[in-house]
Design a protein around this ligand. Structure first.
Ligand SMILES: [Zn+2]
Length: 138
């Protein structure tokens, strides 16, 4: 009998005895737990162990890039800020959840607020894509 890992989707061996494993490894079990608790951790105040404001800057800069992307071809990864500094996008589900929580905290930021409708529409398109019939995990 075979199951698939809840994090990476790879097959997980199961002997048929005891509770079936949900993850292929301890690392992926840990990552699954991080994802389940990421929302709560991301919304914690900074002085209570929450993320500092550094990731917020990435979200703000990404907003500007998206504005330009409407006319320009897609930026290569890692993308470049207006300052010329490269930045990287969140790499996995945990980082995306944290970045979106940071965005929610920063909607009144002067580099976001004037573009809030564009950002909201981008979030809605992302939610639609997330809920559409998802392809199998790689
Ligand atoms: Zn796995």
């Amino acid at each position: 009998m075979e199951r698939t890992c809840a994090w990476c989707g790879k097959p997980v061996a199961y002997s048929g005895r005891g509770r079936p494993p949900r993850y292929c490894s301890a690392a992926h079990r840990r990552r699954g737990w991080e994802l389940r608790t990421a929302q709560e951790r991301a919304e914690r105040p900074v002085d209570d162990g929450g993320r500092d404001r550094a990731p917020v800057r990435e979200v703000v800069q990404r907003t500007v890039v998206l504005q330009e992307a409407a006319q320009a071809p897609p930026a290569p990864r890692p993308a470049q800020r207006l300052s010329g500094q490269p930045y990287t996008l969140p790499e996995d589900a945990v980082e995306w959840v944290e970045a979106l929580a940071a965005l929610r905290r920063e909607v009144t930021h002067p580099q976001i607020y004037p573009f809030r409708e564009q950002v909201a529409r981008a979030c809605e398109r992302a939610a639609l894509a997330l809920r559409a019939g998802a392809p199998e995990p790689v």
